[in-house]
Design a protein around this ligand. Structure first.
Ligand SMILES: Cc1ncc(COP(=O)(O)O)c(C=O)c1O
Length: 397
């Protein structure tokens, strides 16, 4: 219940421009239904259902016992920054030094800090739509102009480079890419990325490349970063992190890789906002990045198996058709043939069928006609969800 007050909240104007991430709202609504005794299958939230690997947990517990409970440097522990610089150099085929790495509490702060440090009022930012909602929210928050580039199903949710070219102008300051992509599972192919760099040419446009799902590519696919294209390193900020790769969403740790002068500004933003990422978390991060990687492969293989079952099941449901995503752990079926709009359908599935999914419109206007399901749940629950969805359509369509 809201507390009665005689004072009107003197909220800053900019707060009206800040958006949100619907996944957390749907999760709360689903939990409220569960408290009323309803059975809900959770396919709304984007986090691995696996435990953090045991070697990483142990490293974190040891770090707590060994006194890693104090402030550390704002940009991250030097050993972790070096481990990440080595990892990014190896996986992206570029030479990265530790001064180019900033460790932050999760992947999200890199979105926040990139936009805060680069975008002035009126600057244009091109971003994927449907796409992770925080991009648009942050662009609006700082007074930038959000310019969506539509990701189309018929292109397997990869972007149309000619369309991108038509959106670039003298006010374009930043382009946001995300591959593998949330919510569509789309992947930008190497030749698409090379074409994007040709479209950017020699313009002084920065690219925020959100690569948080870079280790979650299916069918033997290999990740390719725009940072790897000759001439792009100093204009690229790579966002990556531990949340999805090592099932560490609650540890809050991610990082950005960028030119050292920008890294210094982001470090200043860290000093002003968080001081530093938790020290024991970072020690666990060193183990995650340098230790045994078999759990990463295991999780990816398991997500692929679930994707196959879930996509096949969706394609048998009336009004539903679904492409096979090539990365991340989401599926994004087209539901236009049901005759329902996305949001009412997601609401009905939650309330009447006990399946929590997200409306495609939670990811922007071009998400209309789609739902997002996370396959970060057991095969048994995924099959149950398919059955509930199927029964619901038989009753209601
Ligand atoms: C595309 C994308 N970028 C960034 C993030 C943020 O990740 P983190 O939880 O590490 O802040 C997410 C999380 O869902 C995401 O899907």
């Amino acid at each position: 219940m809201e507390k009665a007050t005689q004072y009107k909240l003197p909220l800053a104007r900019r707060m009206s421009r800040l958006g949100t991430e619907t996944a957390f709202e749907v999760l709360n609504k689903a939990r409220a239904l569960e408290r009323q005794g309803k059975s809900i299958i959770h396919l709304e939230i984007g986090e691995p259902d696996f435990e953090t690997p045991a070697n990483v947990v142990e490293a974190g517990v040891d770090a707590l016992h060994n006194g890693w409970t104090h402030y550390g440097p704002s940009a991250g522990l030097p050993e972790l920054r070096q481990a990440l610089a080595d990892y990014v150099s190896r996986t992206r085929g570029v030479k990265v030094s530790s001064e180019e790495v900033v460790v932050v509490p999760g992947g999200k702060p890199i979105i926040f800090f990139t936009i805060l440090s680069l975008i002035d009022e009126g600057d244009e930012v091109i971003y994927p739509n449907p796409g992770f909602p925080i991009y648009e929210s942050m662009i609006h928050y700082v007074g930038g102009r959000a310019v969506p580039i539509q990701l189309r199903e018929e292109r397997d949710f990869s972007l149309d480079v000619n369309e991108l070219a038509s959106l670039i102008n003298d006010r374009t300051k930043l382009i946001i890419l995300n591959s593998p992509q949330n919510p569509t599972g789309g992947v930008l192919a190497r030749h698409d990325i090379e074409q994007i760099t040709r479209v950017i040419g020699h313009r002084n446009i920065m690219v925020l490349s959100d690569e948080i799902y870079s280790r979650l590519l299916f069918d033997g696919g290999r990740h390719f970063s725009i940072m790897s294209v000759p001439g792009m390193q100093e204009r690229t900020i790579v966002l990556d992190g531990f949340s999805k790769t090592y099932a560490m969403t609650g540890w809050r740790m991610g990082y950005g890789v960028m030119r050292p002068d920008l890294a210094a500004h982001m470090t200043r933003l860290m000093t002003n906002s968080n001081s530093c990422t938790a020290s024991f978390t970072q020690v666990a991060g060193i183990e995650a990045i340098r230790g045994d990687q078999s759990s990463v492969d295991h999780m990816r293989d398991e997500f692929q198996r679930r994707r196959d079952v879930f996509v096949a099941g969706l394609n048998k449901i009336k009004g539903c058709s679904c492409r096979t995503p090539r990365g991340a752990f989401y599926v994004f079926p087209n539901i236009k043939e049901t005759g329902w709009k996305s949001k009412p359908l997601a609401d009905a599935l939650l309330e009447q069928a006990g399946v929590a999914a997200l409306s495609g419109t939670s990811f922007g206007e071009f998400g209309e006609g789609y739902l997002r399901f996370s396959v970060a749940n057991s095969l048994e629950n995924l099959e149950k969800a398919l059955d509930r969805f199927d029964q619901w359509t038989k009753k209601n369509l």
